[in-house]
Each structure stands twice: as C-alpha cells, then as structure tokens.
Design a protein around this ligand. Structure first.
Ligand code: PHE
Length: 347
C-alpha cells in the first residue's frame, strides 16, 4: 500500500510538473484529487485497515494529499503569472507613438482683432452696442441723413453705396456710424459704446480694397467732453494695440457728422518712419477717422448740445489687422484659404 501511494505521488507530481497551461493543470487536479480519484478511494477505504496500518497509511495519505496540494498551488501560481505576462506582452501599447491629430478651428484674424480692440475699449469703460442697433441692411436715412450728409453728397452716389433693388432708400450700410444714431435714439446720455460690424462699398476688388470690410465705431456722449478727451482716449488705445511708444499724429480732416474732424496716423509699422512702399514714402499710416459729434447730429437725435458734447471715431478692422501682422493683401481675409487662416492662433 505504501509503495502504491508513493508511486501515485510520483505519477501525480510529475503530471503536475508537466502541465504547461492552467487548463492542463485543472485536468490533472480533476482526475487525481477529486472525490472519485484513486487517492480519495484509498482514503475512503482506510477504515477497512488494521489499526496500525490505518495510522501509518492514514498519515501518509494525508501527507501526500497536502504535498500535492502545495505542488498544485505553486504550479497554478507559476502558470497564471506566465499567462498574465504573455497577455500583457501581447497587449502592450507603445505610448511613444504619436496620437491622431484632430484639427480644430481657430478664430478668424478679423474676429481676433475685433475681440482685441473691443476689449481694450471695454477696459476704458466702453460697452458693446446692442446688436439690434447695428444692422447691415440700413436705411439711407440713418446711414446718411441723420449723420448730416447733404442730399447731394458724393458718398451717396450709386458708385459707393449698394442700394437694394426696387428701393431707393434701403442700402447695405457703407459705414458703422449709423449705430451712433440708433444708440443715441434709444439711450439717454451718458453714452459710451463701441460697435464692430461689416460694411459694404461698391469698390472694385484689389489687394488694397474690397467691397466688404469691417469697421469699429466708437461713441462717447457726456457732460464736459472735449477734444483732448478724444485725443487721450485714442492715444491710449494705439499704445495698447500696437505696443510701446509708437508716435501718432492728428491731421485735420472732414466728416459730415463730426466738427472738428481729424484723422489719426501712426508712424509706419514697416519702416518706423523712414518711408517705404506700405506708407507710400510718407513714414505715416492713416488708421482712423474721428471728431467731436456735430451739433446738427445731436439735434437730429434730440440731445441737448448745451449740456452734452461727445466724440466719435471709426476704424477699419482689416487695416488694423494688416498693419499689426504685416499682411499685404486684403483679399486674404475673404478667400478662406486654410494655409493663411491657420497662422492665427489664440483667442
Ligand atoms: N464713418 C467714417 C468712415 O467710414 C469714420 C468715422 C467714424 C469718422 C466716426 C469720424 C467719426 O470713414
């Protein structure tokens, strides 16, 4: 019996050693360690042995059982670790591989400039005019009459302004200045607004001109507003927008809705005043029109010009963007060529 048990131990332990997968080991376990196994049969029949044999064979059987159990556990551990390692090896991810590039949109340079400029003026206490006061399809009355343009003014000519078909007074606005009128009609002073928007002019398209572009209008109406307030506001804006101490100058000018009127030049960004192609050799670049709101305009909107005065200014957004980023063709803003647009990052 003893020999038989020892032989059995040898056979089973060598089968455990030979098993090369968890499934094979399960099989060995099922055959040799189950209730119907030979080993268990011996155990069950111990009761038929003599007392001395019962003791010897009984403890030997138990020992063999325990030893096999330990062998099995060790082997299970070994095989499971090996199988896990195989699986991990097969599933390995190379984290150094580049990920899939997902392109995402960026803001159009014109939008970027509008955001930047309005934020500068917001910092000075201006707020953005309500959208309903800034329609692109406008009446000739608001775009011209209320702004003190005489009836025969050449800017009203069909050459410059797009008139709607079948209408002699509905136009595509030629300037954002109509927003001044709508704001003054709908609000009481003090008024301090900034209004970006698209305007249209019947121009033939070239590198320097387009039949649609954007302007930013500014208007401030309050008590005791003088020309020096206008000058200070614009100088501060130019300093922030172009950075550093860029020289500016005011030139006498004319707009029907401001009196006195001026145009603001900055020293040429390209040549710093030496004279180049961009500034046509003058060393200066015109960037905006401005002036004190004409008394006739205040009258038109019913604001008492004895108590209130104010200033207005307007600038071309494309021009401001072209100067800042040294872009030499206005058409680039409207072509939507992704190679151009992708160069403008950020907000
Ligand atoms: N609307 C003028 C233009 O288009 C610019 C301007 C705005 C001038 C406000 C003075 C005051 O040229």
């Amino acid at each position: 019996m003893k020999e038989k048990l020892q032989l059995l131990f040898k056979t089973i332990s060598s089968e455990i050693a030979k098993a090369s997968t968890v499934a094979e080991l399960d099989n060995v376990k099922n055959i040799h360690m189950s209730r119907k196994s030979e080993l268990n049969n011996i155990r069950k029949n111990l009761k038929d042995l003599s007392d001395t044999d019962k003791k010897i064979i009984g403890s030997l059987t138990n020992k063999i059982f325990q030893d096999l159990q330990i062998l099995l556990e060790e082997k299970y551990e070994l095989l499971k670790t090996a199988e896990r390692n195989e699986k991990l090896k097969a599933e390995v991810i190379d984290i150094t591989l580049p990920g899939t590039y997902i392109p995402f949109g960026k803001l159009h340079p014109i939008t970027k400039t509008i955001n930047e400029i309005t934020e500068i003026f917001q910092g000075m206490g201006f707020s953005i005019a309500s959208a309903e006061n800034s329609p692109e399809v406008e009446t000739e009355y608001i775009n011209f009459d209320m702004l003190n343009f005489p009836k025969e003014h050449p800017a009203r000519d069909m050459q410059d302004t797009y008139y709607c078909e079948n209408s002699d007074n509905i136009i595509l606005r030629s300037q954002t200045s109509g927003t001044q009128i709508r704001e003054m009609l709908s609000k009481k002073p003090p008024i301090r607004i900034i209004s970006p928007g698209r305007v249209f002019r019947c121009e033939s398209i070239s590198a320097r001109k387009h039949n649609q572009f954007h302007q930013i209008e500014g208007l401030l109406i309050d008590k005791n507003i003088s020309f020096s307030d206008l000058k200070g506001t614009l100088n501060e804006f130019i300093k922030i927008y172009f950075g550093g101490e860029r020289p500016t100058r005011l030139r006498n000018s004319f707009f029907p809705f401001t009196e006195p009127s001026c145009e603001v030049d900055v020293q040429c960004i390209m040549c710093s005043g030496k004279g180049c192609r961009t500034c046509s050799g003058t060393g200066w670049l015109e960037i905006l029109g401005a002036g004190m709101v004409d008394i006739n305009v205040l009258k038109n909107v019913g604001i008492d010009s004895e108590t209130y005065s104010g200033f207005a200014f307007g600038m071309g957004v494309e021009r401001m963007t072209m100067l800042k980023y040294a872009i030499d063709d206005i058409r680039l803003f409207f072509n939507n060529d992704i190679r151009f647009l992708a160069q403008f990052r950020g907000r």
